[in-house]
Design a protein around this ligand. Structure first.
Ligand SMILES: Cc1cc2nc3c(=O)[nH]c(=O)nc-3n(C[C@H](O)[C@H](O)[C@H](O)COP(=O)(O)O)c2cc1C
Length: 203
């Protein structure tokens, strides 16, 4: 499949088949994802891949994030869409494996009136860590899709990050993305993309 199709045809999958992912396939997807670019090539990221009993416990914890996400969804979507959106928080669509993307914990303070350079200097590391982890997450989504697997990039479960980290024994890292992965049990339509977001300069 060519890259253009992979990028455009990948969809967020919120319902998965009860089918295990072969270990080899999972490792191939992760290996490809790790070729993402990173700030100064630091590769300051960590992937935590969860299945089995820990995955079951993780799903229970994630389901608690519904109460935090609901008020936000209510502001954005009609009832029908809210129902579908919440469903994935209940059990991550039944995905057999969940991948969590972590970065080092931010150690900088946040002060006011620093000016653009001062603020950027303060945030430099976290900024680069976050963007690099986002590139890694996108690679993960695309690599999985190219191999017949579905994913959904999720940040909603950040609301229960503390409990997630306790379960996974993570003490010194910040959670960036939660990605359920498995064989899709749905083929959702493509949500439309906005137009008019490109500003051409000097053309
Ligand atoms: C940073 C980020 C956070 C997201 N968080 C969630 C989430 O918490 N729950 C969810 O169901 N989808 C989440 N999504 C998926 C988006 O809703 C989805 O990408 C968007 O609606 C476009 O649909 P598509 O991925 O099928 O093209 C997230 C996507 C991104 C990039």
């Amino acid at each position: 499949m060519d890259l253009d199709r992979i990028i455009k045809e990948r969809r967020s999958i919120r319902k998965y088949q009860l089918k295990e992912i072969p270990q080899e396939l999972l490792e191939e997807v992760l290996e490809t994802a790790l070729w993402a670019p990173s700030g100064t090539n630091k590769q300051d990221w960590e992937l935590v891949v969860v299945r089995g009993k820990e995955r079951d416990r993780l799903l229970e914890i994630v389901s608690k994030s519904q109460e935090y996400i609901l008020p936000y969804l209510k502001k954005l979507f009609p009832e029908k869409i809210i129902k579908i959106s919440l469903q994935v928080f209940k059990n991550l669509g039944g995905a057999p494996v969940v991948i969590l993307v972590y970065i080092p914990k931010d150690v900088t303070g946040y002060e006011r009136d620093l000016g653009d350079q001062g603020r950027y200097h303060l945030e430099f590391h976290r900024y680069n860590w976050l963007l690099s982890a986002a590139a890694l997450t996108q690679n993960l989504l695309l690599a999985a899709y190219s191999k017949g697997l579905g994913t959904c990039w999720m940040t909603g479960p950040k609301y229960v990050e503390k409990e997630i980290n306790e379960l996974l024994n993570i003490t010194d890292k910040e959670l960036v993305s939660i990605v359920p992965i498995g064989y899709p049990d749905q083929s959702p339509p493509a949500p439309p993309r906005k137009e008019g977001v490109i500003k051409w300069v000097g053309f």
